[in-house]
Design a protein around this ligand. Sequence first.
Ligand SMILES: [Zn+2]
Length: 45
Amino acid sequence: MATYKCFNCGKKTTNNSLEKRFLCVGCGSKIFYKPRSKIAKIKAI
Ligand SMILES: [Zn+2]
């Protein structure tokens, strides 16, 4: 699952909820960016 950040207000949104409607739930903006995530640090314990 990818996480996107609203370009306008910075609210995080997953691509799961973006599939339903590509709108920020916080401010209604349609501009998102994908912040650099540290995928390598995720550990499944
Ligand atoms: Zn927003």
